[in-house]
Every structure is written in structure tokens, then in C-alpha cells.
Design a protein around this ligand. Structure first.
Ligand SMILES: Nc1nc2c(ncn2[C@@H]2O[C@H](COP(=O)(O)OP(=O)(O)OP(=O)(O)O)[C@@H](O)[C@H]2O)c(=O)[nH]1
Length: 517
């Protein structure tokens, strides 16, 4: 009995413990559900705050919220959270980049506003403060919106002033763009030596804040220089054609003259031959009728004298003929000599012109047309022998800053020095051309993968070590270089594209470096 009682109380105790455990478990569950509800609410608000910024993020957050409602799916949530964290980080850097771009845009716009001449000083000063303020980095989108509003109000004020004033607007960003395009265009034209100084003055002008009248004048001057060059080229060809024509005419005259003279001489000779024959006949018939020796002798002497005179005339005629022939041969020879030298000097001129057409006038490096030709040639060579062929694109870093700080002509000189240094750092079999602006293209055959980095870094270092000094300031100019080796089945233009993409990477990785694709 005692044992039965002890068993009962044991059972009651166990039951009580089980009930307490059940209550604790229910409380725990309730607590967890409350936390999950709070988390789900938080995610709901997070979704609302982020809504529309990134579609992938919107979807992930919606899915996450749904997972919280089903406690059994909690194990699936962990990888989702990692994914969402990744998207959030990416979104953060995207927002920051956009903010930075927006800030740069605001600075640029305010700079352009300051260039409008009719803006009064007070407003200009305000824009200046604004520009300095905007110069500091933004941290949130909310910093950005009031700035845009402020800038719009500056624009409104400026526009109102422009519409009120009778004065024409002397400077607009679009003129600046046109001036920039014109400067770029004239950098690619080969002007004659005599014109280069004038071109330099125009380039300087175009780099400053030019008004519409000055811009139009620059267009006109450049146009008239180009027309002058075309006319010169035309008249050089015309001069040659005139000389050629004259020489041919005088050759024709001299041949005609010789022909006429030869005909006249032939007539004279025929007459003389007739005379001589009849004189010989006379001697014969005189001898036949002569009565005695004395008379015969007399007649022979007389006829012989006549004959000698005719023969002398014939000889003189023949001599004259030879002399004339000599003279006309001489004239012909002179004409031909003159013509030959004219032709070769014209050929030289043509050759020079052809060379000019393939050279960049500023740097004297091969230009883009020459690069196209050489690329084709190297590509054909590569197709025959399959030896390594590299294309490298080199671009001067922050070149605009040199132009902006020290003037366009300093920029031009810098380009010349760098072009020369690039040329000197390559072997004869290697090639460098000015591709345009501050960009150069190098074609390097027969260099292994191991050596190309070394070679290009040597070129880069060489440029970096040039002791440039502008306005007494020591300046280091650096290059970014991208390179690619032609691969099986690829056209050289595709290799160029890869080299260009590598250059783009080098620019984004802080510049002053070589990146090999
Ligand atoms: N002086 C001079 N400047 C030129 C010539 N051709 C192009 N430029 C200038 O080169 C500059 C190129 O500027 P960007 O394309 O902004 O490049 P960057 O300043 O070098 O900057 P990164 O390339 O990004 O390092 C522009 O200001 C052009 O006007 C030229 O023949 N002479």
C-alpha cells in the first residue's frame, strides 16, 4: 500500500512538472512570435522606405516578410538575409555614386551660370558660395534636394534678368561646346607652316570664354585658311600643267621646223644633183664635139670649175643640214631635261603632300590614317607568321587640367614632348601614332607576354620622369596604358577594343598604370 501511495505522488509530481514545462514552452513560443511580429513589422517599414529604389531588393524584402509569417520556414531565412545584406551594400554604393555624380553636376551647372556675363555681381557671389557648399560631399539624398531647388532658383533669376535686359547673352554653354569642337577639329588639320601661328592664336581664343561673334570669326578665319590651302594646291598643279604644255609645244615647234627645213634642203639637194648631172653631161657632149686637144682641155677645165662650185654648194648645204640637226637635237634634249626636272620636283611635292596627309601636324607622329594603314599591314603580317602582336592605347592623365591651368599652347607643347618621347622609346619595328586628342596608339610586334608589361611600364616611367616646368612650377605628367595581344580568330580592331577597355580600367584604378588585358 505504501508503495502504491509513493507511486501515485511520483506521478502527480511528474504531471505538475509537465504542465509547468508546457506553460513555459507556450510562453516561449508567444515571446518568439511577438519578436517575429516585431521583426516582420520592421521589415515592412524597411520595405516601404526602400520601395522603388531597387526591384531585386523590393522582391527579397517582400519574400522575407512572408517567411516570418510561417514559423516552420525560419530555417530558409538565414541565406535570404545574407542575400539581402549584399543587395543593401550594393545599393548603398550605388546611391553614393549617384550622389557624387549629382554633386558634380551641380558644381558644373553653377560654373556655367557664373559664366553668363549678364549675371549681376551679387548673384554671382551667391552662386560662388553655393558652389563651395556643394563642393563638400553629400551624405544623403535629402541633402541634395534643397541644393537642386536653390540652383533652380538661381537659374530662374538669371533667366528673368536675361529676358528683361536688352543686351544679348554673350556666353552660353552651347558656344563653349562649339568652341571646344572647333578646337578639336583644327587640331586634326594639317595647316601650312606660315599658318600655324595664327592657328595657335585661334586655339588659345577658343580655350577661353569666347562670345558668339569671336566664335563666328574663328570659323571664318579657319575656313578661309582652308580655302587658301586648296587654292594653293590647285595652282601648284596648274603651274606644272602649264610648264608641261609649254615644253610639249616647243618640242612640237622644233620638230616641225626641222621637218620643214629638211624638206627645203631635200628640194635644194635634188636641184643640185640635177645641176651636177647636167654639168657632167655637158662635159661629155663638149668633149664629143671638140676639134682639138687644146679646145677639149679648155672645155674640161671650164666644166670642172662649174662642177666644183656645185659640189661646194652641196657640201655647204649638207654642213648646214648637220648643224641644224645638231641644234634641233640640242633643243629637244634641253626641253626633255627641263621637263624631267619639273616632273621630279612635282613628284617630290606630291610625295611631301602625301607624307603630310599621313602625319599629325602638331606632333609630327603618324596620324590616324597612317595608323589604319599600319594596322592592316601588321594584321596581314600576323596572319602569315602568327608571331605575337600587341596593341596598346596610351592616354595622358588629367590633360584637361594642364590646358585649363597653363593654356592651350602649353598643352600643345606638352603633347609634342610626350609624342617625341614615345617615339624615342620604341624600336624601329614598333609603331606609335597620335590617335586623337591626348591619346596615342602603339603597335608592338614580337614581344612575349612576360616582356610586354616591362616594356610598357618603362615607357610610362619615361614619360613620368620628364621634368616639365610650367609657369615655374614643376609638373609631373603621367600616362595610363591599356594593352591587348591579338588572339586566334580575332580581327586587330577587336584587339584594339580590348586594349581600349583595359585603358578604361587603368583610368578607373587611379591612373598612372599599365593594364594588360
Ligand atoms: N592643347 C591641346 N589640348 C587638346 C588637344 N586635343 C585635345 N585636347 C584637350 O584634351 C583634354 C582631354 O580631356 P579629358 O578627355 O577630359 O581627359 P583628361 O583631362 O586627360 O582626363 P583623364 O583622361 O580622365 O585622365 C580636353 O581638354 C581637350 O580640349 C590638342 O591638340 N591640344
Amino acid at each position: 500500500m505504501k508503495d502504491a501511495n509513493a507511486g501515485l505522488s511520483q506521478q502527480t509530481l511528474m504531471k505538475q512538472k509537465l504542465e509547468t514545462a508546457q506553460i513555459a514552452l507556450a510562453e516561449l513560443k508567444e515571446d518568439r512570435n511577438a519578436k517575429l511580429r516585431a521583426l516582420s513589422g520592421f521589415i515592412g517599414h524597411l520595405s516601404l522606405a526602400c520601395k522603388g529604389q531597387n526591384l531585386e531588393l523590393d522582391n527579397k524584402l517582400a519574400k522575407l516578410r512572408a517567411s516570418f509569417s510561417d514559423v516552420d520556414r525560419l530555417d530558409d531565412i538565414l541565406p535570404e538575409l545574407v542575400d539581402i545584406e549584399r543587395i543593401l551594400k550594393r545599393q548603398y554604393s550605388h546611391v553614393m555614386t549617384k550622389l557624387e555624380q549629382g554633386r558634380n553636376g551641380l558644381v558644373k551647372f553653377s560654373r556655367q551660370l557664373q559664366r553668363v556675363e549678364s549675371v549681376p555681381d551679387k548673384l554671382r557671389k551667391e552662386v560662388n558660395y553655393f558652389k563651395q557648399d556643394v563642393g563638400k560631399p553629400f551624405h544623403t539624398v535629402w541633402d541634395y534636394i534643397p541644393k537642386v531647388e536653390q540652383l533652380i532658383s538661381f537659374y530662374e533669376q538669371t533667366l528673368a534678368l536675361c529676358f528683361d535686359s536688352e543686351e544679348p547673352i554673350t556666353y552660353l554653354p552651347k558656344y563653349r561646346q562649339l568652341a571646344h569642337e572647333l578646337a578639336q577639329m583644327i587640331s586634326e588639320i594639317d595647316f601650312s607652316k606660315a599658318q600655324r601661328d595664327q592657328v595657335l592664336v585661334i586655339k588659345e581664343q577658343l580655350a577661353t570664354e569666347i562670345d558668339i561673334d569671336a566664335l563666328l570669326e574663328s570659323y571664318q578665319t579657319i575656313l578661309s585658311m582652308l580655302l587658301e590651302n586648296i587654292a594653293k594646291e590647285k595652282s601648284a598643279s596648274q603651274e606644272f600643267l602649264f610648264a608641261l604644255n609649254e615644253a610639249l609645244m616647243s618640242v612640237r615647234d622644233s620638230i616641225n621646223e626641222s621637218l620643214n627645213q629638211a624638206q627645203r634642203n631635200q628640194q635644194l639637194k635634188n636641184q643640185l644633183n640635177k645641176d651636177i648631172n647636167s654639168q657632167v653631161d655637158n662635159v661629155e657632149s663638149g668633149l664629143a664635139v671638140a676639134d682639138n686637144m687644146e679646145q677639149m682641155k679648155h672645155q674640161v677645165i671650164e666644166q670642172l670649175a662649174v662642177l666644183r662650185a656645185s659640189l661646194n654648194r652641196k657640201e655647204a648645204l649638207e654642213q648646214r643640214e648637220v648643224a641644224m640637226l645638231k641644234k634641233s637635237v640640242e633643243t629637244l634634249r634641253n626641253e626633255i631635261n627641263e621637263l624631267t626636272s619639273e616632273t621630279s620636283s612635282y613628284k617630290e611635292k606630291l610625295f611631301e603632300q602625301q607624307k603630310l596627309n599621313l602625319l599629325d601636324s602638331l606632333t609630327q607622329l603618324p596620324n590616324r590614317a597612317a595608323l589604319d594603314e599600319r594596322m592592316e599591314q601588321e594584321y596581314r603580317h600576323y596572319q602569315r607568321n602568327r608571331n605575337p602582336l600587341w596593341v596598346a592605347v596610351a592616354d595622358i592623365d588629367h590633360f584637361k587640367a594642364i590646358n585649363d591651368s597653363f593654356g592651350h599652347s602649353t598643352g600643345d607643347k606638352t603633347l609634342q614632348v610626350i609624342a617625341m618621347a614615345l617615339k624615342n622609346s620604341l624600336r624601329d619595328t614598333e609603331f606609335v601614332a597620335r590617335y586623337g586628342g591626348e591619346e596615342f596608339v602603339l603597335l608592338i610586334p614580337d614581344v612575349s607576354h612576360n616582356d610586354i608589361g616591362h616594356l610598357l611600364n618603362r615607357v610610362r616611367e619615361k614619360i613620368k620622369n620628364i621634368p616639365f616646368k610650367f609657369k615655374n612650377q614643376r609638373i609631373t605628367v603621367t600616362l595610363s596604358i591599356g594593352a591587348a595581344k591579338i588572339i586566334e580568330g580575332e580581327h586587330i580592331l577587336e584587339t584594339f577594343e580590348r586594349a581600349d577597355a583595359a585603358l578604361y580600367k587603368a583610368k578607373h584604378e587611379n591612373r598612372d598604370r599599365v593594364i594588360i588585358d
